[in-house]
Write a new protein. Structure first.
Length: 278
């Protein structure tokens, strides 16, 4: 069942031990809401359009009460976005003091395919990874929070459309998170919860998927659960919901988690943290 943003947040605010997470493939703010839009609005992947800023503003309002947000399919500031760095724009409008991004495919002034993390937590380290695959241009953005010896690791990914490439990418990601105790992996994995790719990921790591059937695509009639947030066993999931916010061809997935006390204290000590709107 889809939830509204107000139903997800309720009347409670996040505490030091709790984090509100959101993963969203926002399709650059193009506003695809029907299959035929992939054809009739295909020009928006190349040229800017007036509604893009309005859609970005709506997305900023959607994400403003979360603590950490992982966004896929942004533009890094090329012609098609009106030369707007969408990670920075959304971070500023939604009041996130910390913004991290990775350009996965740079086509100069024409397009800069980007992924980004917006956070109310300051990181203690950032790394970027180009994922293997038949077609280049998929990546992972890894953000470390808290103590260097025992951090909270956030991994934002956007995997390939092809199964063979996804399997290669899952193997690569498994090596990144292996040995990490506290991991949140989120993004558009382009595969379902019951796929062999997801099975491989959970066999090679200790990551778990709290709920296996939460369709996120297509936004106008969701049938496929391809957007995910997975966590380590040390992280307790309080709730997870797909939000009824059809601003893209995907729906956003939201999760509230509780961190172990020691981890929460380490993260709080090493980071500037604000609640709700900054």
């Amino acid at each position: 069942m889809l939830s509204t943003i107000s139903q997800f947040h309720g009347n409670q605010r996040s505490g030091i031990c709790k984090l509100r997470l959101l993963s969203y493939n926002m399709n650059m703010g193009i506003g695809t809401s029907r299959y035929y839009h992939y054809i009739t609005r295909s020009w928006r992947h190349i040229l800017p359009h007036p509604r893009m800023l309005q859609n970005l503003w709506s997305i900023a309002r959607l994400i403003q009460d979360f603590d950490v947000v992982g966004l896929q399919e942004l533009d890094g500031g090329s012609l098609r976005s009106g030369f707007i760095n969408q990670t920075e724009y959304l971070g500023e409008k939604a009041g996130f003091p910390f913004r991290y991004s990775k350009v996965n495919r740079n086509i100069g002034m024409v397009a800069q395919h980007t992924m980004g993390v917006l956070s109310r937590l300051a990181s203690t380290g950032v790394s970027t990874h180009s994922l293997p695959g038949r077609i280049r241009g998929r990546g992972a953005l890894v953000i470390h929070f808290g103590d260097y010896e025992d951090p909270l690791d956030l991994v934002l990914v956007h995997l390939a459309l092809g199964t063979r490439s996804r399997m290669q990418q899952i193997n690569y990601l498994s090596e990144i998170v292996r040995g990490c105790r506290h991991v949140v992996l989120m993004g558009d994995l382009n595969c379902g919860a019951d796929s062999k790719e997801m099975d491989l990921l959970m066999k090679k790591t200790d990551l778990r998927l709290p709920i296996s059937q939460m369709p996120t695509y297509p936004s106008w009639k969701p049938k496929r659960h391809i957007d995910h947030i997975l966590v380590s066993p040390s992280i307790q999931v309080e709730k997870v919901q797909v939000l009824n916010c059809p601003l893209s061809d995907h729906l956003p997935i939201a999760m509230e988690v509780s961190l172990p006390d020691n981890l929460a204290m380490n993260v709080a000590k090493s980071s500037f943290f604000t609640h709700g709107k900054a």
